[in-house]
Design a protein around this ligand. Sequence first.
Ligand code: ADP
Length: 355
Amino acid sequence: PVGIRLENVSKRFRGGVEAIKDVTLAVAPGEFVVLVGPSGCGKSTLLRVLAGLEEVSSGRIHIGDKDVTTQLPQQRDVAMVFQSYALYPRMSVRGNIGFGLRMRGIGKDERRRRVEEVAQVLGLEHLLDRRPAALSGGQRQRVAMGRAIVREPQVFLMDEPLSNLDAKLRVSMRAQLTLLHKRLGVTTVYVTHDQTEAMTLGQRVAVLRDGVLQQVDTPQQLFHHPVNLFVAAFIGSPSMNFVHATVSNGAASFAGVRIPVRPDSPLARGDRKVIVGVRPTSLSLASGNGQPELAVTPAIVEDLGDERFVIFDVDAPRVDTEATRAAVEAQAADDALLVPLDRATFTARLPAGTP
Ligand code: ADP
């Protein structure tokens, strides 16, 4: 397999929108990298630039040892899978998968062999003679995938390929995609707005915001060591809580709780205001085991059967989304430093009579 390198890539559309701003990213040979971020952050544009469907405004793109920056899509050895499968309705599954090979003048026998091989990998053998209309959503999606795989490209580029499937099917296709990648080992760049999909599929995940790459890391690193409030708030479900707090005498305090700050942390020097991020999963109901306790006023309890989420107010200034945005901009300032608290367990004591 080949690697991919984007060097200082920017894309400004006519009309002035700068969709991609100075993105530098290396994808290792055989790696599965997911680009994730909210709608409009530039994910599709970045993928289209990689595919050669959009020209870069500046920067270079390398695939393997070739500089492909000015190459046309058909000159780049990449196959793209889109959200809409765009299968040919009048062709059988066999015809759809083999279409690209036929266009390239590959002979009937070889075409047959390669199509059947791919159908087997994707579990489509028994469907080869059906038309797309007679397939389920998941099967159509696999045919679209088959069309990409059969070309044996150096790189797969996938733009939200699962987003037209219902929730259950999406989860099972996600697992199939991971298995497929294990089996084929083709370098893959995958775009999604869904952080769960990103975290489960990506060997590394690249988080984009307003065209700017925020962090490229393994899912574990992103979750436990987000580089800023945007990444902290975006990754993880349900999302992280933020409160304002003060650090003094080696601990951050809010709502009557003190969280020790490591003496070697820059936060430990002098008194400062900080934003504390706490994942909901780091909180538990009181067990009287001497853990720090947080006095809370519960508002809503969501019962999912095997877990319950308690939505509550704490006696501390809450960081709202807009303030979080502002804090991201002011990342360098004292009051916007993030204290990662994912491993601290608090105890939230609910008043008697709480369901
Ligand atoms: P995402 O895939 O993350 O939702 P896009 O890459 O589609 O985001 O879009 C990024 C930004 O570029 C958006 O502001 C979008 O409106 C703009 N944009 C995308 N395509 C074009 C285009 N062809 N012309 C002008 N602006 C565009």
